[in-house]
Design a protein around this ligand. Structure first.
Ligand SMILES: [Cu+2]
Length: 216
């Protein structure tokens, strides 16, 4: 990962092209996963490229985070508006971007700035079933596939990259990609989720959630 003095590649943008492809995920019983749209793809370049951090949102409705997976540029701010008529407590124990937004109710929004790259697992301290993932990347070329697995990364300057594909149930897959001025299409990547096993996460105190007497 390049860091420090980030050289701007904006001068190369007139030559930027599109990189497209398709991701498939092999799930249990060797079937293709139906949630391939929750995967993330990104291009890693040898030199850092500057891009403005953005503002994004993960809302809570019916005790679910939406979207479930979000990819952002490092330095970006994510708001967590609560649309439910009861309290949530959004938190992360991640090494890169730990936070605890505390309890807050309907109509309230609290936000977090994700400063360091990482795969940040986000939970609610009240509702054990709630989970989201913020994939924070140090590159401007990232995206998520459509429901059929196809993806398109626009405005990629010609050059040599490492293409990464990730999904929460599968080990990350990478491959080297040479992007010519006219772009690249039809890249195929397969993720293998067959070895995935669900393990319950802990609450913000590092303790198991209560099994009974679930609070609202
Ligand atoms: Cu909650």
């Amino acid at each position: 990962m390049a860091g420090g003095a980030a050289a701007s590649l904006s001068a190369a943008l007139p030559f930027a092209a599109q990189v497209t492809g398709r991701i498939t995920i092999l799930d249990h019983n060797d079937r293709p996963a139906d949630d391939v749209g929750q995967a993330v793809v990104w291009l890693e370049a040898a030199s850092a490229a500057s891009a403005a951090p953005a503002r994004s949102e993960i809302g809570t409705s019916d005790k679910e985070f939406s979207p479930h997976v979000l990819v952002v540029r490092s330095g970006s701010t994510v708001a967590f508006p609560n649309h439910d008529p009861f309290n949530h407590n959004v938190f992360s124990l991640s090494e890169e971007n730990p936070f605890d937004l505390g309890l807050y109710g309907r109509g309230e929004t609290r936000e977090v700035r994700f400063t360091r790259p990482g795969i940040v697992r986000v939970y609610c301290n009240v509702h054990a079933q709630m989970s989201a993932i913020v994939v924070v990347r140090d590159t401007p070329w990232f995206g998520q596939p459509s429901g059929d697995g196809t993806f398109a990364l626009p405005a990629v300057p010609a050059g040599r990259y490492r293409l990464h594909a990730w999904h929460e149930r599968a080990p990350e897959v990478t491959r080297e990609v040479e992007v010519p001025a006219e772009g690249v299409s039809d890249l195929a990547l397969e993720l293998d989720a067959r070895g995935y096993r669900f393990t319950p996460h802990l609450n913000k105190h590092g303790q198991p959630y209560p099994q009974q007497g679930r609070r609202y």
